[in-house]
Design a protein around this ligand. Structure first.
Ligand code: PXP
Length: 256
């Protein structure tokens, strides 16, 4: 798998988990998430993201093996900080591993990782992933305390949780969603100032991605659920291409 993207380019990581969710609903082989990853590459994705959950509710172990061997894009493996997932990451050596909090009963990743509170638990895991040449990312809230913890842990990358921003709505000129966007932008700036590479993701859609893409410190967005849902209506390539276009519009505002 090659490394993707240049400095000014805002990379798009396409999360294919929910192609596997649909496959697993019938227990067979279709739709195939690896085929989705191939299409994502053709549509301009810079990377593929997949979350191997403890309960294997979407991506399965053999999907990770196939993504590594059959797809010519960097794989970002989302994983809980457990010994089982660490062993899997060390076996496959994906380009990146994004450590996420995981609770069995949650529908999706709810909230960021408490990197500060779980420092002692995370330190050896981040260390072993890093030693294996895997680029470690921590999925955290836009909170400077968590950024400081990520840096102290030696993680080169953080991913800011954009779920709250996407769920909020503006009730006036400068509403709750705008305030959350400012918090994300300030956190991204702080992250860069302490030497972290900053990514963002969760819940992003065509109507929420542009202002996030306009945050110049961000290097990558990881997007899944909306893209796969939109693909039902327009096809996966068209869905990804439109997301890419929205991101480019947002990024162009930075350079203007
Ligand atoms: N980033 C991380 C760390 C995630 O856990 C997820 C969801 O798996 C995403 C990005 C993508 O979120 P969504 O599927 O809502 O676009």
């Amino acid at each position: 798998m090659r490394d993707g993207g240049g400095e000014a380019h805002l990379r798009l990581g396409v999360n294919i988990d929910h192609v596997a969710t649909i496959r697993n609903a019938r227990g067979g082989r279709v739709p195939d998430p690896v085929r989705a990853a191939r299409l994502a590459a053709a549509a301009g994705a810079d990377g593929i993201t997949a979350h191997l959950r403890e309960d294997r509710r979407h991506i399965r172990d053999e999907d990770i093996a196939r993504l590594m061997s059959e797809i010519d894009l960097p794989l970002n493996l989302e994983m809980a900080a457990t010994e089982e997932m660490l062993a899997i990451a060390l076996r496959h050596k994906p380009h990146a591993a994004c450590i996420v909090p995981e609770r069995r009963e949650e529908r999706t990743t709810e909230g960021g990782l408490d990197a500060a509170g779980q420092f002692a638990h995370l330190a050896p895991i981040v260390g072993r992933l890093g030693e294996a040449g895997i680029r470690v990312s921590l999925f955290i809230e836009a909170d400077p305390r968590q950024f400081d913890a990520a840096r102290a842990l030696g993680a080169p990358v953080v991913e800011i949780h954009t779920g709250r921003y996407c769920d909020l709505h503006n009730d006036g000129e400068f509403g709750p969603r705008d305030r959350e966007l400012v918090r994300i932008a300030e956190a991204a700036r702080y992250g860069r100032s302490i030497g972290l590479e900053v990514h963002a993701g969760h819940g992003l859609a065509f109507d929420t991605v542009e202002p996030v893409a306009a945050i110049p410190e961000l290097k990558e967005l990881n997007i899944g659920h909306f893209l796969i849902g939109e693909a039902i209506f327009v096809g996966l390539e068209a869905s990804i291409r439109e997301m890419r276009r929205c991101m480019d519009v947002g990024r162009a505002a930075v350079r203007a």
